[in-house]
Design a binder for this molecule. Structure first.
Ligand SMILES: Cc1cc2nc3c(=O)[nH]c(=O)nc-3n(C[C@H](O)[C@H](O)[C@H](O)COP(=O)(O)O)c2cc1C
Length: 479
């Protein structure tokens, strides 16, 4: 038994009710709390069993109160098994440096409280996919044509065809097709999906997990959000269970397969696969040492295939049309198509799908060219963790191999354009600020280095010693 003093703040009735409701919905009964502030927990085993309820409880509190109040934290700590998890997480409130809405910037998120829902003003605008109806689309082909609210519409547009075929093919043939397609992960590291899946399949004797990494907190990235919002039956859950597509005999395949959504809390590092596992198990969102890799020790220490949603979406086509047809698009070493998140000074920002090998210039032209001064100064490729290229890179084919050879990356699919009026110094300082805020603090080079880097850049900016925005010879786009 441990005891813990958390201070005298008390939750309001509505905070307490919200936490109780969220935990009761997950089968956790409220416990009778001690009258004093001295709280008792019943040891490590209980904590291990329960700590993954911490994030849902914190979300409920945030929704009820609009913030993580000290009284609310004390209330959560009163739950058997959650007290020391709460203490480990702390009670600070952080501003989110990235809202994942670059295609419709300026981004705003209004935190609801007291039962009012959260609110993203841009959601009131009708959704538009710039390429909607283009017959060459593969991954985005249902967006703008199928009704995202209707399971029937999804099925009428070919939904679950891949699942049916996979059931007929059997596991070995699916593994072979995925390997033969040359599909690589779309979460940033481009790891071969076939190799990952085969490693998980080779594990025996323990439960296995598939995790779709929907964290997507790389600044400038919004592809997974759009796919999930606009094509949700490639993963919607409750209605699928009712329709028999999930559960003990999922879609008549004879396999027991179910899906649960676990909501994170917006930390950049929790997109890193092992930090994500820690977070969903109720631990601090910090990466684990590798090896062991998730394929043998992933979620709750069991074999796990963790993939980006775009990667999983590609598998549908690999199954439906076969690896050869899949490889007919893109290049030999980068087969298939790629989702790219265009934002910044482009005329039609938004989500685009192009075959690997499309040049950067063609992609920008597809988005209507450069706005503002009409002259391109730089493009941020791959996200805040990516790199900048200049107007001399318009001929760069967007493939894994060409971007790597050019010293840049496709990363998470970010293509953020800046016209010649943008102060690039400011952009770099903001990126440094992002990494300073988002360092999980685990390792010294980042914990200390990201702070020093930001401080140094701010000082240099104040002194004017960061070189001013270059004015290279650049392409002028029609206005
Ligand atoms: C700091 C950091 C953040 C990451 N964020 C994401 C993310 O938001 N989404 C994602 O799919 N992968 C992210 N990754 C990559 C994952 O660790 C992992 O490689 C990926 O989910 C594997 O899926 P894939 O093979 O389909 O690409 C991140 C990696 C790092 C180092």
């Amino acid at each position: 038994m441990t005891d813990l003093y958390l201070g005298a703040d008390r939750a309001t009735e509505s905070e307490a009710a919200a936490v109780d409701a969220a935990l009761r919905a997950r089968g956790v009964d409220p416990v009778v709390r001690a009258e004093t502030e001295r709280l008792y927990t019943s040891g490590r085993a209980r904590r291990r069993e329960r700590r993954h309820y911490l994030l849902p409880a914190l979300h409920a509190l945030q929704n009820a109160a609009g913030w993580i109040s000290p009284g609310g934290i004390n209330y959560i700590a009163g739950y058997d098994g959650l007290a020391s998890s709460v203490r480990a997480e702390g009670g600070h409130v952080h501003l989110g440096p990235c809202l994942g809405q670059c295609e419709r910037a300026p981004a705003l998120f209004v935190q609801g409280a007291g039962g009012r829902p959260d609110y993203v003003p841009a959601d009131a605008e009708p959704f538009e996919l710039p390429q909607a109806g283009d017959p060459s689309l593969r991954l985005l082909r249902r967006i703008g044509t199928a009704d995202p609210e209707s399971l029937e519409s999804y099925i009428a547009h070919g939904g679950y065809e891949a699942l049916r075929r996979a059931g007929q093919m059997g596991a070995e043939a699916v593994l072979e097709a995925v390997a033969a397609s040359g599909l690589s992960g779309r979460g940033g590291a481009a790891f071969p999906t076939g190799v990952k899946w085969r490693a998980v399949a080779a594990e025996t004797g323990r439960p296995k997990h598939v995790v779709a990494n929907c964290d997507e907190s790389e600044p400038g990235t919004f592809k997974d959000r759009i796919v999930m919002e606009q094509d949700p039956f490639a993963g919607a859950i409750e209605r699928l269970r009712t329709a028999g597509l999930l559960g003990p005999d999922a879609a008549g395949t004879g396999h027991d397969f179910d899906i649960a959504i676990w909501r994170g809390a917006g930390a950049y590092i929790c997109g890193e696969e092992t930090a994500l596992f820690n977070s969903l198990e109720g631990f601090r969102g910090e990466p684990r040492n590798k090896p062991p890799f998730p394929t043998t020790h992933g979620s709750v220490g069991e074999p796990t295939a963790i993939n980006n949603p775009e990667t999983l979406l590609n598998v549908l086509d690999v199954i439906i049309e076969g690896p050869d047809a899949y490889r007919s698009r893109g290049t030999e070493r980068s087969p298939g198509t790629k989702l790219l998140c265009l934002s910044g000074n482009v005329r039609r920002s938004g989500l685009y799908e192009v075959p690997f090998g499309t040049t950067l210039g063609d992609l920008l032209a597809l988005a209507g060219g450069i706005t503002g001064t009409g002259e391109l100064q730089a493009v941020l490729m791959g996200g805040a963790a990516g790199s900048f290229v200049g107007p001399d890179s318009l001929g760069l084919p967007l493939t894994l191999e060409d971007t790597r050879a050019a010293g840049t990356t496709l990363g998470s699919g970010v293509v953020m354009a800046f016209d010649t009026s943008v102060d690039m110094t400011d952009v770099v300082v903001r990126i440094a600020e992002f990494f300073r805020n988002e360092s999980c603090g685990q390792c010294v080079p980042c914990r200390v280095g990201a702070v020093r880097q930001h401080e140094t850049l701010v000082q240099m900016q104040k002194r004017g010693s960061l070189s001013p925005a270059p004015r290279p010879s650049s392409t002028t786009w029609p206005r």
